[in-house]
Unconditional design. Structure first.
Lengths: 88, 171
């Protein structure tokens, strides 16, 4: 039994190291792999919206920091292209 | 995106929404953002004022011409659209999702937006290669030209989801 546990733990360890090595290669470095796992993956979501879904609304702050508007206020008689992003 | 905006702003409305930072200095900072390179060094904003500062820096630095707004600290827009770190959508006139882009950065594909608009309003040809600078927030490195993607069908006023393009395909 002990032997089985040792082998299982060993294989799992090797798989973990291989996964981290692969992720490091993909991300660019071990530090980037850590950053991806720690900071990116928890915030990345496919979402539930599909083509044909009602477009959800949300309140948006204008660049002046004072005015507010809603996304759906911008949808009228023309398509609205929504571009989400940040600076970094 | 700026080029797409310039090509189709007479036909469609555009709105850029600034969401939480993808690579702030206190989280997963990228080498390309360091001062000696792109010099985009900001910590993750904790207040709306901090988001405003970064968003204004972006729009001024790139002379960004698209209509611009900021997701507030509740991240309502981000949550509703699963937008982080970058994503594209098209909402049609009836208020339905007509195009849903893939999750950035790998499946962020402005060319699919262009194809959707081109299928509806006609293609816009450019003699010279498109300038990549200042494309979108956090998407300045994304190509605005692209791989072949399925072309949306012709739009119809009777079917809200008509004229749709499929979700993004990998570049």
């Amino acid at each position: 039994m002990k032997r089985f546990i040792k082998w299982t733990a060993g294989i799992l360890g090797v798989l973990l190291v291989a996964a981290f090595a692969g992720l490091s290669y993909m991300a660019g470095s071990p530090k980037d792999a850590y950053g991806m796992v720690r900071y990116a993956l928890p915030h990345m979501h496919r979402g539930t919206l599909k083509v044909g879904s009602d477009a959800p609304d949300a309140r948006i702050v204008a660049l002046d920091g004072v005015s507010r508007f809603h996304i759906r206020e911008r949808t009228h008689d023309r398509p609205l292209v929504l571009v989400f992003g940040s600076f970094t | 995106m700026v080029q797409i905006y310039n090509d189709y702003k007479e036909h469609a409305d555009f709105l850029t929404v600034y969401v939480r930072e993808a690579h702030p200095t206190d989280e997963w900072q990228m080498k390309s953002n360091l001062k000696e390179k792109d010099d985009v060094c900001y910590a993750q904003p904790k207040t709306l004022e901090q988001r405003l500062i970064i968003a204004n820096d972006f729009t001024k630095r790139f002379k960004f011409s698209l209509p611009f707004g900021i997701d507030d600290m509740s991240n309502a827009a981000n949550d509703a659209y699963a937008a982080w770190p970058e994503r594209l959508y098209i909402i049609d006139e009836s208020g339905h999702i007509a195009y849903r882009g893939g999750m950035g950065p790998f499946n962020y594909n402005p060319a699919e937006v262009r194809e959707w608009l081109a299928a509806r309003y006609g293609a816009v040809k450019h003699e010279t290669p498109q300038a990549p600078a200042g494309a979108t927030p956090a998407a300045t490195k994304s190509a605005d030209s692209a791989a072949a993607v399925p072309v949306p069908s012709a739009p119809s006023t009777s079917t809200p989801s008509a004229g749709t393009a499929p979700t993004a395909v990998a570049k």
